[in-house]
Write a protein that binds this ligand. Sequence first.
Ligand code: BMA
Length: 360
Amino acid sequence: MKNLFIILLLCAGMSVQAGKPVPSDPKATAETVKLYQKMLKLQTKGMMFGHQDDLPYGTSWYDVEGRSDVKEVCGDYPAIFGWELGHLELGHDYSLDSVKFSKISGWIKQMDREGAINTISWHFTNPLTGGNAWDTSSKKTVASMLPSGEKNKLYNQYLDKLATFMLGLKTDKGTYIPILFRPFHEHTGSWFWWGKDLCTVAEYKALWRYTVTYLRDNKNIHHLLYTYSTGTVASANEYLERYPGDDLIDIVAFDSYDGAPDFTKTLSNCCKMISAIGAEKGKIAAVSEVGGHIEKNPQWWTTVLLETLRPYNMSYALVWRNAYQSKKEIAYAPAKGAPSEKDFVKFYNDPKTLFLKDIK
Ligand code: BMA
């Protein structure tokens, strides 16, 4: 009976070892396998809270040892820490969000020691035009990066820099720190050069396969859990149209920001679809980016985010950054003295939400 169950799981595209689901990388390190299984288990118990660039800055402070807007409001750190590697490919010392890469490595190591989980996004330079991630002036970028494309060599150089960074993420014991890696995100929209209208389905999938194969097989990197992260979608077909394959992906996720009046409906639909896809594939499901009008609607944390996500088994929901000195962008996480502070404490105290102390 057990064997039959395992065969069924394998047929569903799920990798299994000793009766337990394992990451897509057959050579995933022991710590990576452990994290994968821990996250799958945890997502049935609660939803982790994540924050992008939680430690480097808040809207009015920059690089203050131990400081975190989230901790100042609720007394605990997020369970998931989001980091951004844009400009690493150019050999710069600082990310496009003005965070020093050496500090990012340090924070990843520190928070891993504390028991937190780290996820990395990469808004990287358009290899064909030299413009930024939002440069959608050419529909040939993705094709140019693939083998036989004119920018394949340059892309390999970008990946070499990424690999050096990833291979530098080690614990004091010398083991690699598992990372949720989330490239080519929000590709169901067309605001990044890897977006829907900028490359074909086949090119997008080929880019994923090329990238994972390069990192995994050429660079011997086996501590990454790969996250497929769309924008808001209307159907499972739309979600899966550019899905590169069960042998490449570990986490099925989506990004969605509060904007349209029917946001809760949209968010709920996406969670329903994507948690079902995750369950069917035996993969982790997550809300890889979310954010709302917490200034205008200070009860957003509980009335919108929590109540909409409560029925679903999503592993985590990560809110975007509290950009330093930014007037145009809204701060996506709470901060001491901000209108949504009290509601965030309620959100924190709800048994559904998991913060650092809950996952240690
Ligand atoms: C976007 C914005 C940008 C930032 C980018 C990468 O959503 O926050 O300001 O540079 O993410 O982190």
